[in-house]
Each structure stands twice: as C-alpha cells, then as structure tokens.
Design a binder for this molecule. Sequence first.
Ligand SMILES: C[S@@+](CC[C@H](N)C(=O)[O-])C[C@H]1O[C@@H](n2cnc3c(N)ncnc32)[C@H](O)[C@@H]1O
Length: 246
Amino acid sequence: MSSERGIPEGDDRRGRPDHDPEGGNTATRRIAAALRTRDLPPDEVFDRYLPEALQGVSSQHWSMLRIAVQVARWVNEHRIADVLDIGSGAGKFCVAAALASDARYLGIEHRPRLVEAARALAHTFGVDDRVTFIEGDAAEIVLPDAEAYYVYNPFGENLVGPEEWVDDEVEHSRGRFERDRATLEAFFDTRPPGTYVFTYNGFGGTLPANYREMRCDRTTFSVLRMLRKTARPGSSTARPRRPRRT
Ligand SMILES: C[S@@+](CC[C@H](N)C(=O)[O-])C[C@H]1O[C@@H](n2cnc3c(N)ncnc32)[C@H](O)[C@@H]1O
C-alpha cells in the first residue's frame, strides 16, 4: 500500500519528492492528508523529504510515522495546545504529528545541522507556522513551558558505540547521559499538575510517581506511553496503607 495514489507501481516518477503533475506541492499535500487517516504512507515516502544523509538513519533515530500519528491522535483527543519535543532530531516527529493534529510543536535539538534540516522539513510541509525548532542543549537551556512533552530516548546515544551514533559532532559519554537524565527528571518534577508526557522507549530516567499512565501502545518496536501529572504527590503509585496493629 502506498500513499502515492495516482502514480502506478513501476512508474519512475514514484517517490520523487519534486514530482508534482499539478504544480505546487501536491505530493506533500497527499502525505499530509494520509497522516490524518489510518492508511499511513510508508516511512520511506516521508523520509525522502529529509536530506539524503539523514534518510539512512531514520529507522534507527527518528520516530516512525505511526508513533507520531498515534501521539497526534491523543493530542487531538485531549485538546492539547502545544508539545515540546526534547531532542527533536531531523524534525520528523514534530512535522508528522503537526500534520496529523491541530497543536503547535516546538523542538529542541543540540546538533545544528539537524535543526536546519528540521526547519526545512516544516517549511516543505507548510507547517512552519505551527512547528518551530531551537538549537540548544536540553540540560543547559531553560526548557520552555508546554502543555505536553515528547521524549524518544534522546540520551540513549551516550550509552552505545560510535557505530550507533547519528554522528560524532557532539560529546557522547556516560557522564553526559547521567547529567541529561537527571536534568529531565528534575524538570518533569517541577511541571504543574495536568502536564502530559509522551515517552517512546523512555528517556533513561524515571518520572516522578505522581505521573499517572493514561495510555500505552505496545504494538510497535518500543513502548509508547502517555502520562499525566496528577495534583497529589505520589498519588499514582501510592498503595493504600495497612491499618496499624495495636
Ligand atoms: C532518538 S532521536 C529522536 C528525534 C526526534 N525526537 C524524533 O522522534 O524523530 C534523539 C535526538 O535527541 C538529540 N539529543 C540528545 N541529547 C540532547 C541534548 N542534551 N540536548 C538536545 N538534544 C539532544 C539527538 O541529537 C537526537 O537528534
């Protein structure tokens, strides 16, 4: 099944991002429309709008369309206004989720070339009025307030060998992993009740106990979770106390 409707199998125009028989950007509009349905395009079709060097690492480092679209559905269902992607990479999550929902998305990414690619992707798909990216280290900048946060294992690269890195342009170390993980744990602890957090393959740390799991999707490679901070500290995991023996 392909989203490139109207272009027959075997036709060499298939998959060429610049192919648009109607002029303008029909191909990207078709992809955008498909993301609002259950009939998703293959990830490779979307990935062709990334710089070539970033397409090859997509399956390993960028969210799959079905993950972005699942989050977008939950975002729409709960009328969430804005989502901050911590470690936004090439912008695939933010752009795909924006196409499939009505919220605003902001991405933070420490690799400048990924920020540049992400901005171009948002522009290509015509969502740059709702999707923005800033360059920065999540552990060093003041993370902006948002109603929801998305984390796709952003610090995991610190724990694997160079062959699994996106590139060697940033520092990778166990010390950095611990610093980044602890920063996010503390950050989520300061968020107001009602804050949503989406995790895909976690973030290497633990959310405070007053985040209650609302939704969980185990049908993909890793686990996708939606959590919401409750008003009472520790209320989500607190067990009823046993009456004291006298
Ligand atoms: C697994 S990728 C996910 C990309 C994107 N969120 C997506 O789902 O398509 C994690 C990203 O986090 C970025 N990252 C890692 N540590 C970071 C930090 N301390 N500050 C900002 N970005 C970071 C990496 O460069 C990488 O692009």
